[in-house]
Design a protein around this ligand. Structure first.
Ligand SMILES: NC(=O)c1ccc[n+]([C@@H]2O[C@H](COP(=O)([O-])OP(=O)(O)OC[C@H]3O[C@@H](n4cnc5c(N)ncnc54)[C@H](OP(=O)(O)O)[C@@H]3O)[C@@H](O)[C@H]2O)c1
Length: 266
Protein backbone atom coordinates (compact mmCIF):
# COMPACT_ATOMS: atom_id res chain seq x y z
CA UNK A 1 0.00 0.00 0.00
CA UNK A 2 2.62 2.50 -1.16
CA UNK A 3 0.09 5.24 -1.92
CA UNK A 4 -2.15 4.97 1.13
CA UNK A 5 -3.61 8.37 2.08
CA UNK A 6 -2.67 9.95 -1.27
CA UNK A 7 -5.12 11.49 -3.72
CA UNK A 8 -4.40 10.94 -7.42
CA UNK A 9 -5.88 12.72 -10.44
CA UNK A 10 -5.46 10.62 -13.56
CA UNK A 11 -6.52 12.34 -16.78
CA UNK A 12 -7.91 10.19 -19.58
CA UNK A 13 -8.66 7.31 -17.22
CA UNK A 14 -11.98 6.18 -18.73
CA UNK A 15 -10.24 3.41 -20.75
CA UNK A 16 -6.89 2.09 -21.94
CA UNK A 17 -3.69 2.68 -20.00
CA UNK A 18 -5.30 5.48 -17.92
CA UNK A 19 -7.89 3.07 -16.54
CA UNK A 20 -5.08 0.64 -15.68
CA UNK A 21 -3.26 3.44 -13.84
CA UNK A 22 -6.45 4.18 -11.87
CA UNK A 23 -6.88 0.55 -10.81
CA UNK A 24 -3.16 0.14 -10.03
CA UNK A 25 -3.07 3.33 -7.92
CA UNK A 26 -6.24 2.29 -6.05
CA UNK A 27 -4.76 -1.14 -5.27
CA UNK A 28 -1.84 0.71 -3.64
CA UNK A 29 -4.32 2.64 -1.45
CA UNK A 30 -4.74 5.96 -3.32
CA UNK A 31 -8.09 7.70 -3.71
CA UNK A 32 -8.50 8.33 -7.43
CA UNK A 33 -10.18 11.01 -9.56
CA UNK A 34 -11.27 9.54 -12.88
CA UNK A 35 -11.39 11.88 -15.88
CA UNK A 36 -12.34 11.81 -19.53
CA UNK A 37 -14.61 13.82 -21.77
CA UNK A 38 -17.25 11.11 -21.41
CA UNK A 39 -18.69 11.45 -17.89
CA UNK A 40 -20.72 8.21 -18.03
CA UNK A 41 -17.61 6.16 -18.84
CA UNK A 42 -15.71 7.99 -16.08
CA UNK A 43 -18.48 7.13 -13.59
CA UNK A 44 -18.28 3.44 -14.54
CA UNK A 45 -14.51 3.36 -13.92
CA UNK A 46 -14.96 5.27 -10.62
CA UNK A 47 -17.41 2.54 -9.47
CA UNK A 48 -14.85 -0.11 -10.40
CA UNK A 49 -12.16 1.76 -8.43
CA UNK A 50 -14.44 2.18 -5.38
CA UNK A 51 -14.99 -1.58 -5.31
CA UNK A 52 -11.25 -1.89 -4.51
CA UNK A 53 -11.95 -0.07 -1.21
CA UNK A 54 -10.79 3.51 -1.83
CA UNK A 55 -12.64 6.74 -2.61
CA UNK A 56 -13.16 7.67 -6.24
CA UNK A 57 -15.00 10.41 -8.11
CA UNK A 58 -15.63 10.92 -11.82
CA UNK A 59 -15.19 14.29 -13.51
CA UNK A 60 -16.06 14.89 -17.15
CA UNK A 61 -13.66 17.50 -18.50
CA UNK A 62 -11.71 18.24 -21.67
CA UNK A 63 -8.07 18.79 -20.70
CA UNK A 64 -7.52 21.09 -23.67
CA UNK A 65 -9.98 23.68 -22.28
CA UNK A 66 -8.71 25.82 -19.42
CA UNK A 67 -12.21 26.37 -17.97
CA UNK A 68 -12.76 22.59 -17.83
CA UNK A 69 -9.38 22.03 -16.19
CA UNK A 70 -10.04 24.73 -13.56
CA UNK A 71 -13.46 23.21 -12.78
CA UNK A 72 -11.99 19.70 -12.61
CA UNK A 73 -9.33 20.71 -10.11
CA UNK A 74 -11.81 22.68 -7.95
CA UNK A 75 -14.29 19.77 -7.92
CA UNK A 76 -11.53 17.31 -7.07
CA UNK A 77 -10.27 19.40 -4.14
CA UNK A 78 -13.82 20.02 -2.89
CA UNK A 79 -14.54 16.28 -2.86
CA UNK A 80 -11.25 14.77 -1.77
CA UNK A 81 -9.48 17.69 -0.07
CA UNK A 82 -6.18 17.72 -1.98
CA UNK A 83 -4.28 16.33 -4.96
CA UNK A 84 -0.94 14.65 -4.21
CA UNK A 85 -0.40 12.88 -7.50
CA UNK A 86 -1.20 13.98 -11.05
CA UNK A 87 -0.86 11.62 -14.01
CA UNK A 88 -1.23 13.49 -17.29
CA UNK A 89 -2.30 10.53 -19.38
CA UNK A 90 -5.07 11.92 -21.65
CA UNK A 91 -3.84 11.80 -25.23
CA UNK A 92 -5.05 11.43 -28.79
CA UNK A 93 -3.51 10.25 -32.05
CA UNK A 94 -6.50 10.56 -34.38
CA UNK A 95 -4.93 10.28 -37.86
CA UNK A 96 -1.99 9.00 -39.88
CA UNK A 97 -1.19 11.66 -42.50
CA UNK A 98 1.87 12.95 -44.27
CA UNK A 99 2.79 16.51 -43.31
CA UNK A 100 1.56 18.07 -46.56
CA UNK A 101 -1.95 16.66 -45.96
CA UNK A 102 -2.46 17.71 -42.34
CA UNK A 103 -5.20 20.31 -41.82
CA UNK A 104 -4.77 23.14 -39.32
CA UNK A 105 -7.67 21.74 -37.19
CA UNK A 106 -5.95 18.33 -37.08
CA UNK A 107 -2.67 19.85 -35.94
CA UNK A 108 -4.48 21.93 -33.29
CA UNK A 109 -6.50 18.96 -32.01
CA UNK A 110 -3.41 16.86 -31.28
CA UNK A 111 -1.26 19.66 -29.86
CA UNK A 112 -4.16 21.07 -27.80
CA UNK A 113 -4.88 17.78 -26.02
CA UNK A 114 -1.41 16.20 -25.83
CA UNK A 115 0.72 19.26 -25.08
CA UNK A 116 -1.43 22.24 -24.07
CA UNK A 117 -3.64 19.89 -22.01
CA UNK A 118 -0.60 18.64 -20.09
CA UNK A 119 0.51 22.23 -19.45
CA UNK A 120 -2.97 23.33 -18.29
CA UNK A 121 -3.32 20.40 -15.89
CA UNK A 122 0.24 20.83 -14.58
CA UNK A 123 -0.39 24.52 -13.97
CA UNK A 124 -3.78 24.14 -12.29
CA UNK A 125 -2.77 21.18 -10.11
CA UNK A 126 0.78 22.49 -9.61
CA UNK A 127 -0.57 25.67 -7.96
CA UNK A 128 -2.45 23.51 -5.45
CA UNK A 129 0.60 21.31 -4.87
CA UNK A 130 2.71 24.41 -4.22
CA UNK A 131 0.14 25.58 -1.61
CA UNK A 132 0.08 22.08 -0.09
CA UNK A 133 3.87 21.93 0.16
CA UNK A 134 4.55 19.29 -2.49
CA UNK A 135 3.34 16.66 -4.91
CA UNK A 136 4.34 14.38 -7.74
CA UNK A 137 3.49 14.84 -11.42
CA UNK A 138 3.88 12.08 -14.00
CA UNK A 139 3.45 12.98 -17.67
CA UNK A 140 2.82 10.32 -20.30
CA UNK A 141 4.98 10.91 -23.35
CA UNK A 142 5.92 8.27 -25.96
CA UNK A 143 9.03 6.85 -27.65
CA UNK A 144 7.68 8.59 -30.71
CA UNK A 145 8.67 11.81 -28.89
CA UNK A 146 12.31 10.67 -29.19
CA UNK A 147 12.30 8.81 -32.51
CA UNK A 148 9.58 10.63 -34.44
CA UNK A 149 7.31 8.61 -36.71
CA UNK A 150 6.35 9.24 -40.31
CA UNK A 151 2.64 10.01 -40.57
CA UNK A 152 2.52 11.11 -36.93
CA UNK A 153 4.01 14.60 -37.12
CA UNK A 154 1.85 16.47 -34.56
CA UNK A 155 1.75 13.43 -32.23
CA UNK A 156 5.57 13.12 -32.34
CA UNK A 157 6.00 16.86 -31.75
CA UNK A 158 3.49 16.86 -28.88
CA UNK A 159 5.22 13.96 -27.12
CA UNK A 160 8.68 15.56 -27.56
CA UNK A 161 7.17 18.73 -26.08
CA UNK A 162 5.88 16.79 -23.07
CA UNK A 163 9.44 15.69 -22.27
CA UNK A 164 10.76 19.26 -22.38
CA UNK A 165 7.80 20.55 -20.38
CA UNK A 166 8.63 17.88 -17.78
CA UNK A 167 12.26 18.96 -17.57
CA UNK A 168 11.58 22.71 -17.24
CA UNK A 169 8.75 22.28 -14.71
CA UNK A 170 11.02 20.07 -12.62
CA UNK A 171 13.65 22.83 -12.55
CA UNK A 172 11.08 25.45 -11.60
CA UNK A 173 9.10 23.50 -9.00
CA UNK A 174 11.86 21.59 -7.18
CA UNK A 175 11.95 24.40 -4.64
CA UNK A 176 8.29 23.68 -3.83
CA UNK A 177 8.93 19.89 -3.41
CA UNK A 178 6.91 19.19 -6.53
CA UNK A 179 8.69 16.58 -8.67
CA UNK A 180 7.87 16.18 -12.35
CA UNK A 181 8.80 13.11 -14.39
CA UNK A 182 7.60 11.44 -17.57
CA UNK A 183 7.19 7.95 -18.97
CA UNK A 184 7.79 7.22 -22.65
CA UNK A 185 6.09 3.93 -23.50
CA UNK A 186 6.89 2.07 -26.71
CA UNK A 187 4.30 0.00 -28.60
CA UNK A 188 1.79 -1.14 -25.97
CA UNK A 189 -0.78 -3.90 -26.48
CA UNK A 190 -3.82 -1.92 -25.39
CA UNK A 191 -5.40 1.51 -25.34
CA UNK A 192 -5.24 3.33 -28.66
CA UNK A 193 -3.44 0.33 -30.21
CA UNK A 194 -6.36 -2.01 -29.50
CA UNK A 195 -7.85 -1.70 -33.04
CA UNK A 196 -4.61 -2.96 -34.64
CA UNK A 197 -3.95 -5.90 -32.30
CA UNK A 198 -5.71 -8.35 -34.64
CA UNK A 199 -3.86 -7.02 -37.71
CA UNK A 200 -1.08 -9.60 -37.95
CA UNK A 201 1.01 -7.67 -40.49
CA UNK A 202 1.06 -4.52 -38.34
CA UNK A 203 1.81 -6.31 -35.07
CA UNK A 204 4.62 -8.43 -36.54
CA UNK A 205 6.02 -5.39 -38.38
CA UNK A 206 6.13 -3.44 -35.13
CA UNK A 207 7.47 -6.24 -32.91
CA UNK A 208 10.25 -7.05 -35.42
CA UNK A 209 11.73 -3.63 -34.64
CA UNK A 210 11.69 -4.22 -30.87
CA UNK A 211 14.77 -6.04 -29.47
CA UNK A 212 12.52 -7.86 -26.95
CA UNK A 213 10.37 -9.00 -29.92
CA UNK A 214 7.02 -8.27 -28.33
CA UNK A 215 4.63 -5.41 -27.55
CA UNK A 216 4.62 -3.95 -24.04
CA UNK A 217 1.82 -4.73 -21.60
CA UNK A 218 -0.18 -1.91 -19.95
CA UNK A 219 0.73 -3.32 -16.52
CA UNK A 220 4.42 -2.80 -17.35
CA UNK A 221 3.71 0.93 -17.70
CA UNK A 222 1.56 0.98 -14.55
CA UNK A 223 4.50 -0.39 -12.50
CA UNK A 224 6.68 2.53 -13.61
CA UNK A 225 3.95 5.06 -12.75
CA UNK A 226 3.58 3.47 -9.29
CA UNK A 227 7.33 3.74 -8.78
CA UNK A 228 7.32 7.43 -9.84
CA UNK A 229 4.28 8.11 -7.61
CA UNK A 230 5.81 6.49 -4.52
CA UNK A 231 8.63 7.50 -2.20
CA UNK A 232 10.80 4.86 -3.91
CA UNK A 233 11.55 7.46 -6.58
CA UNK A 234 12.28 10.32 -4.15
CA UNK A 235 15.52 11.37 -5.91
CA UNK A 236 14.18 11.16 -9.46
CA UNK A 237 13.15 14.47 -10.98
CA UNK A 238 12.88 16.01 -14.46
CA UNK A 239 13.54 12.79 -16.30
CA UNK A 240 11.74 10.51 -18.73
CA UNK A 241 11.72 6.77 -18.13
CA UNK A 242 11.60 4.86 -21.41
CA UNK A 243 9.77 1.52 -21.50
CA UNK A 244 10.03 0.29 -25.07
CA UNK A 245 11.66 -3.15 -25.08
CA UNK A 246 14.88 -1.58 -26.37
CA UNK A 247 13.34 0.14 -29.40
CA UNK A 248 15.02 3.54 -28.95
CA UNK A 249 18.47 1.93 -28.86
CA UNK A 250 17.79 -0.28 -31.87
CA UNK A 251 19.76 -0.03 -35.11
CA UNK A 252 18.86 -2.48 -37.89
CA UNK A 253 22.57 -3.08 -38.59
CA UNK A 254 25.26 -2.57 -35.94
CA UNK A 255 29.06 -2.97 -35.90
CA UNK A 256 28.86 -6.63 -34.92
CA UNK A 257 26.60 -7.42 -37.90
CA UNK A 258 28.97 -5.61 -40.28
CA UNK A 259 31.99 -7.58 -38.92
CA UNK A 260 30.05 -10.84 -39.30
CA UNK A 261 29.20 -9.90 -42.91
CA UNK A 262 32.86 -8.95 -43.57
CA UNK A 263 34.08 -12.32 -42.19
CA UNK A 264 31.50 -14.15 -44.29
CA UNK A 265 32.72 -12.43 -47.43
CA UNK A 266 36.35 -13.17 -46.42
N1 LIG B 1 -1.12 2.69 -26.35
C1 LIG B 1 0.15 2.92 -26.64
O1 LIG B 1 0.83 2.10 -27.28
C2 LIG B 1 0.84 4.18 -26.18
C3 LIG B 1 2.22 4.30 -26.43
C4 LIG B 1 2.87 5.44 -26.00
C5 LIG B 1 2.19 6.43 -25.36
N2 LIG B 1 0.84 6.31 -25.15
C6 LIG B 1 0.17 7.40 -24.46
O2 LIG B 1 -0.52 6.86 -23.35
C7 LIG B 1 -1.66 7.67 -23.06
C8 LIG B 1 -2.91 6.78 -22.97
O3 LIG B 1 -3.08 6.18 -24.23
P1 LIG B 1 -4.07 4.97 -24.49
O4 LIG B 1 -3.41 4.12 -25.50
O5 LIG B 1 -4.55 4.37 -23.22
O6 LIG B 1 -5.26 5.78 -25.23
P2 LIG B 1 -6.84 5.55 -25.27
O7 LIG B 1 -7.19 4.14 -24.99
O8 LIG B 1 -7.29 6.15 -26.56
O9 LIG B 1 -7.38 6.44 -24.04
C9 LIG B 1 -7.26 7.82 -24.09
C10 LIG B 1 -7.94 8.40 -22.88
O10 LIG B 1 -7.82 9.83 -22.93
C11 LIG B 1 -9.10 10.42 -22.81
N3 LIG B 1 -9.13 11.69 -23.55
C12 LIG B 1 -8.93 11.89 -24.86
N4 LIG B 1 -9.01 13.20 -25.14
C13 LIG B 1 -9.27 13.83 -23.98
C14 LIG B 1 -9.47 15.18 -23.62
N5 LIG B 1 -9.44 16.17 -24.53
N6 LIG B 1 -9.72 15.47 -22.32
C15 LIG B 1 -9.77 14.49 -21.39
N7 LIG B 1 -9.59 13.20 -21.66
C16 LIG B 1 -9.33 12.87 -22.96
C17 LIG B 1 -10.07 9.36 -23.33
O11 LIG B 1 -11.38 9.52 -22.79
P3 LIG B 1 -12.58 10.30 -23.53
O12 LIG B 1 -12.59 9.82 -24.94
O13 LIG B 1 -13.78 9.96 -22.72
O14 LIG B 1 -12.24 11.75 -23.43
C18 LIG B 1 -9.42 8.10 -22.80
O15 LIG B 1 -9.80 7.89 -21.45
C19 LIG B 1 -1.74 8.71 -24.17
O16 LIG B 1 -1.14 9.91 -23.75
C20 LIG B 1 -0.91 8.08 -25.28
O17 LIG B 1 -0.37 9.04 -26.15
C21 LIG B 1 0.14 5.20 -25.55
Amino acid sequence: MKLKGKVALITGSTRGIGREFAIGFAKEGADVIINGRNLEKAKAVAEEVKSIGVKSIAIGADVSLSQDVTRMVEEAIQSLGRIDLLVNNAGVNPFILEAEKIKEEGWDQVIDVNLKGVFLCCQAVGKKMIEQGGGKIINISSVVGFLGEQGFLPYSVSKAGVMMLTRVLAYEWSKYHVTVNAIAPGFIAGGMNTPILNKEILVSGLTQQVPLKRLGKPEEIVKIALFLASEDSSYINGTTIVADGGLTGYRPVGFIDLIAEMMKRG
